[in-house]
Design a protein around this ligand. Structure first.
Ligand SMILES: Nc1ncnc2c1ncn2[C@@H]1O[C@H](COP(=O)(O)OP(=O)(O)OP(=O)(O)O)[C@@H](O)[C@H]1O
Length: 284
């Protein structure tokens, strides 16, 4: 299902037969994934698909009990520190401290990620500038809007100059303008650094617009993989063959087609997920 990359140097991330269970629950079930260096790759799926568990295995926050995960050739089970040094991670949960200023939050991450002391102030200033937070850098994070908090978290993840940036639902709970702004900043940094981005999102329109390729995950496995255009055309072709005159499926239609009734069994579609997800639009 995954495309064979031309050479190992072009591969940022490989998961082969990755499995993770919580008791009887197969959260990640034989996951096969290959992310090319430099691409924005979207991991899409409904509640409980296993996206966060997979991301936690990749980031080494959870062990790799079965299968293999490699980040730029480093084994996540055996070379955890090497993998961590290559990664930036913005989790779903708030990772900014409300009682610190934006700059102090980023400085904290710079210390934790071992950015050399003499480079710290400069790197912190540069990432704050890259996410347009310089004017607000010395204000407490609790005064920031939801969009500013997300950009601050992006700066925190970027301060260690990661080669692979992992974003778990980076725009959830944000208004459309703030969502666009977060994506514009991700793209600008990617263009400037060539880093690889792995993102989970429930927003199919965002995945369609901003991801080079997407994988549709359901019940711990990948069920479809390709560019958003390829996946839409494939479904359009099938619908035409079934007699539909002018099918114009969206990426959400593709997902419904792949996941079938399983989506409803699991409690709703993507819109329900968005509206019921507990999100904090502000810190503090
Ligand atoms: N700590 C845990 N203990 C027990 N079961 C868990 C735990 N974390 C996740 N699960 C279960 O593992 C499965 C995958 O969950 P996971 O959070 O990885 O999915 P997800 O695709 O990230 O969903 P969401 O979009 O809601 O975050 C679900 O059935 C979930 O209930």
């Amino acid at each position: 299902m995954t495309d064979a990359p031309e050479s190992t140097s072009a591969v940022a991330l490989v998961c082969e037969g990755l499995r993770y269970t919580f008791g009887e629950t197969k959260a990640v079930d034989d996951l096969e994934l290959s992310v090319r260096a430099g691409e924005v790759f979207g991991l899409l799926g409904p509640n409980g698909a296993g996206k966060t568990t997979a991301i936690r295995c990749i980031t080494t926050l959870l062990p790799v009990p079965a299968g293999m995960v490699r980040v730029f050739g480093h084994d996540a089970a055996k070379e955890r520190m090497a993998v961590r040094r290559l990664l930036g991670y913005v989790p779903q949960q708030l990772s900014a401290d409300a009682g610190l200023t934006g700059r102090e939050n980023v400085e904290l991450f710079a210390r934790v990620f071992d950015v050399p002391r003499r480079e710290r102030a400069d790197r912190v200033a540069r990432v704050l500038e890259a996410v347009d937070l310089t004017p607000a850098a010395d204000r407490l994070a609790k005064t920031y809007s939801g969009g500013m908090v997300r950009r601050l978290e992006l700066a925190q993840a970027l301060v260690s100059a990661p080669r692979l940036l992992m974003l778990d639902e980076p725009t959830i709970g944000l208004d459309p303008i703030a969502r666009t702004s977060v994506w514009e900043h991700i793209n600008a940094v990617r263009a400037a650094t060539g880093m690889t981005v792995l993102v989970t999102t429930h927003y199919m329109d965002e995945a369609d617009q901003y991801c080079d390729r997407v994988a549709l995950m359901h019940r711990g496995r990948i069920h479809a993989l390709g560019t958003p255009g390829e996946l839409r055309s494939e479904l359009a072709g099938r619908r035409r063959a079934e007699g539909e005159a002018d099918p114009k499926p969206t990426l959400e239609d593709v997902f419904r087609d792949v996941a079938g009734s399983g989506l409803d069994e699991q409690g709703g579609d993507f819109r329900d997920v968005r509206s019921t997800r507990r999100t904090a639009s502000r810190v503090g």
